[in-house]
Design a protein around this ligand. Structure first.
Ligand SMILES: [Zn+2]
Length: 143
C-alpha cells in the first residue's frame, strides 16, 4: 500500500469529524480548541508507526497462507465502529468477502485484524458459509 500522508489525513479527518458522532478524543479536543502542534505531530507519528506494524503483520498472515480475518474494535470512534466484527479476505482468496479496510482507518483508532481460524469460528459459533452475510465492505468517506 502507498504510504499515507498522516499530516494531511489529520487535517481531512478533523473536518470530517465535525460531522461524525463520537469523534476520537484527540479530534474532539482539536475541534473545540484547535490542534496543539505537538499533539498533532505525535498523533501523525503514532498512526504512521501503527500502519507500518500493521502492514508487516498482514504480510506475515498472507505469507502463512491465511486469508480470513475479522476486524476487532478497540475503543472505536463513530467513523470506525460500523466495521467491528466484520470478516474480510486479506488476499482475495475468498471471493465472497470484501478486502479489509486500510488500518488505521482513522488516525486515532487502533483496531486489529484477527485470524478467523476454523477453531476460533467453532468456538464463537460462526459458520464459514455465514461470513459473507456478516461482512461490512469498507467505504472510504467521500468529502
Ligand atoms: Zn476511528
Amino acid at each position: 500500500m502507498a504510504d499515507r500522508d498522516w499530516e494531511a489525513e489529520i487535517d481531512i479527518w478533523t473536518e470530517r469529524f465535525r460531522h461524525i458522532p463520537d469523534p476520537p478524543a484527540a479530534f474532539a479536543n482539536a475541534i473545540r480548541d484547535g490542534w496543539n502542534p505537538e499533539d498533532r505531530q505525535a498523533l501523525a507519528a503514532e498512526a504512521a508507526a501503527y500502519a507500518v506494524r500493521h502492514e508487516g503483520w498482514v504480510a506475515q498472515i498472507i505469507g502463512g497462507d491465511w486469508d480470513l480475518v475479522r476486524l476487532d474494535l478497540r475503543d472505536p470512534c463513530g467513523a470506525c465502529v460500523r466495521y467491528g466484527g466484520s470478516p474480510y479476505s486479506l488476499s482475495g482468496a475468498t471471493p465472497d468477502l470484501p478486502p479489509s479496510p486500510p488500518l488505521p482507518i482513522c488516525p486515532s483508532c487502533r483496531h486489529t485484524l484477527n485470524l478467523l481460524t476454523p477453531f476460533f469460528m467453532q468456538s464463537v459459533g460462526t459458520h464459514p458459509e455465514d461470513l459473507a452475510a456478516e461482512a461490512v465492505p469498507y467505504e472510504p468517506i467521500e468529502d
